[in-house]
Design a protein around this ligand. Structure first.
Ligand code: MF3
Ligand code: CO
Length: 250
């Protein structure tokens, strides 16, 4: 069941979104070759707690980290540990915050030092696919046409769209209806959602350099590309408004 947020709820979600955005400002400042993914996790958690937020992923279905840091062929749900980021890596960082019982969720893929031209292009296309999908959002638009924007941009650039993980509604739970695939499903499988004011979704394209197939590592969390080629991930929490949309984690 989709539920539509009131002004009061949107106000709290905006505050949660600002904490997420602040965490990313910090992460962008400190990320560099030589830093461990656990150091990024610690810095983000300290910041979130200082702003009266709660790192939303910690303990979610037993997830051990505060944030996710997924490096290179890792798609999502990379667990922060002693791994040292090195020049040429790309790091997909996912941050969720709970604040006054509401959630906001966002992700970015950052270069670590100098990266290859191909990695740079993958990041750029993934970022653009999210931004174009956001621009598409307004009342009376089909959710599948938001998904189509992402798929078209990714595939027309020779990349592929991860199928096994999708975006989601968000509000008083981190994952709410509807699911938001980053690809268009066959009509028979597709329960068409029409965007209306008060709907809040986390759009989160996960785009692979090679094939779309993924697998899960023995730690039961980390998702990697089957061909071990690169993957990028961008996410924003976005509310549909009367005239268009508002990015809550911007
Ligand atoms: N953005 C991801 C999601 O919406 C992050 C979840 S990480 C988890 O599912 F650890 F909490 F699962
Ligand atoms: Co999410």
């Amino acid at each position: 069941m989709i539920y539509y947020k009131s002004e009061r709820e949107l106000k709290i979600m905006r505050e949660a979104g600002l904490i997420v955005a602040g965490a990313f400002n910090l992460i962008k400042k400190i990320i560099r070759p030589g830093l461990s993914t656990l150091e990024l996790d610690k810095a983000a958690a300290d910041y979130i707690l200082s702003r009266m937020g709660i790192p939303a992923f910690k303990g979610y279905r037993g997830y051990p980290g505060n944030i996710c840091v997924s490096v290179n062929e890792e798609v999502v749900h990379g667990i922060p540990d002693k791994r040292i980021l090195k020049e040429g890596d790309i790091a997909s960082i996912d941050v969720g915050v709970e604040y006054k019982n509401y959630f906001a969720d966002a992700a970015i893929t950052l270069p670590v030092g100098q990266i290859t031209e191909r990695a740079r292009k993958l990041i750029e296309i993934t970022r653009n696919s999210l931004n174009r999908a956001i621009e598409q959002m307004q009342p009376n638009v089909k959710l599948s046409s938001v998904s189509a924007v992402i798929q078209n941009l990714a595939e027309s650039n020779g990349f592929s769209v991860v199928r096994d993980f999708v975006g989601h509604g968000i509000g008083s739970a981190m994952h709410e209806d509807p699911q938001v695939p980053n690809y268009v499903m066959p009509p028979k499988d597709n329960i068409e959602v029409i965007l209306k004011p008060g709907l809040v979704v986390a759009l989160e394209p996960m785009i692979n350099e090679g094939g779309w197939e993924v697998e899960i590592l023995p730690n039961k969390w980390t998702v990697v590309t089957k061909d071990r080629k690169l993957s990028a991930h961008f996410e924003h929490t976005v509310a549909v408004t009367e005239n268009g949309r508002e990015v809550l984690t911007g």
